[in-house]
Design a protein around this ligand. Structure first.
Ligand code: FE2
Ligand code: FE2
Length: 269
């Protein structure tokens, strides 16, 4: 594993004050970017090549597809999780388990709301990355599956296809390929064929704009220091989220185990 010079890392992102003001997720991203920069020769545009990104794999004690709840990425110990209520609701999950994804999702939903988008789209933005608490790899598919029994079909469809559409610009509708992806996938990364096929399928579909709008609002949703709450979305959740009376994880649905895994990630089996 790479040894981190803590002082050098802190200085590189603006000192202890700046670090203290960052969310844990932002800190983890900064650390990851720092490691990539420190260990790869810089390209003209400041982005690593695909080969350099792949060379990082064996320098970490974890794989990048693992969910936020399952580890810390700065090598510190994980925190004790708060117990969940007996019949947990989606609001409970936001409060007690979605701590590293929720602010990004609130910012994304806030933008969708301000842009006057349909409630199904606002809801998709609100939920779109929350499954990354459990697993990051192929998060569009995992996320769509997690929410499918509880939200309108257009909403879970948008969550599924936002993942693939993030790799393809749509200037007309205000979506450009993000610099972040040059950084985390490598500047010459070519998406796998299944991603390209999913994006092509989605772009021909009558619900294309539902998924595309998740990507449009996603792009601008990483703002430091803007901490939002679930409050503005309670009505939308009330109208569109079918909260099971037994609680998420206990309704015998085909995805109940996914909710239990998020609620109890410390269970060894
Ligand atoms: Fe996403
Ligand atoms: Fe996102």
């Amino acid at each position: 594993m790479i040894q981190i010079d803590r002082r050098h890392f802190m200085a590189s992102i603006g000192g202890a004050g700046a670090v203290g003001a960052m969310s844990s997720e932002a800190r983890a991203e900064a650390l990851e970017a720092y490691l990539v920069e420190r260990t790869t020769p810089q390209q003209a545009g400041g982005f690593p090549t695909r080969e350099e990104v792949l060379a990082q794999i064996t320098t970490r004690p974890y794989r990048r597809g693992v969910g936020n709840l399952l580890l810390t990425r700065d090598g510190s110990d994980v925190a004790m999780l708060e117990p969940m209520p007996e019949r947990p609701t989606i609001e409970d999950f936001f409060e007690h388990r979605f701590q590293r994804t929720r602010n990004h999702c609130f910012q994304s939903a806030d933008r969708a709301l301000k842009n006057g988008m349909e409630e199904e789209i606002v809801l998709a933005c609100l939920l779109h990355d929350t499954v990354q608490e459990l697993i990051k790899v192929d998060h569009g598919y995992w996320g769509a599956q997690l929410y499918e029994p509880y939200v309108p079909a257009k909403t879970s469809w948008a969550i599924r296809y936002h993942q693939a559409l993030r790799f393809y610009a749509d200037r007309e509708n205000g979506y450009l390929y993000p610099d972040l992806y040059h950084r985390i996938f490598g500047e010459d990364y070519v998406p796998e064929p299944y991603i390209r096929e999913a994006a092509e399928y989605a772009s021909r579909h009558q619900w294309y704009m539902y998924a595309r709008m998740v990507t449009v609002n996603d792009l601008y949703a990483f703002q430091e220091g803007v901490v939002l709450s679930i409050e503005p979305y309670l009505d939308i959740l009330g109208r569109h989220f079918k909260q099971p009376k037994e609680g998420l994880g206990y309704d015998s649905s085909s995805v109940a185990h996914m909710w239990r895994s998020i609620a109890m990630p410390d269970n060894p089996l």
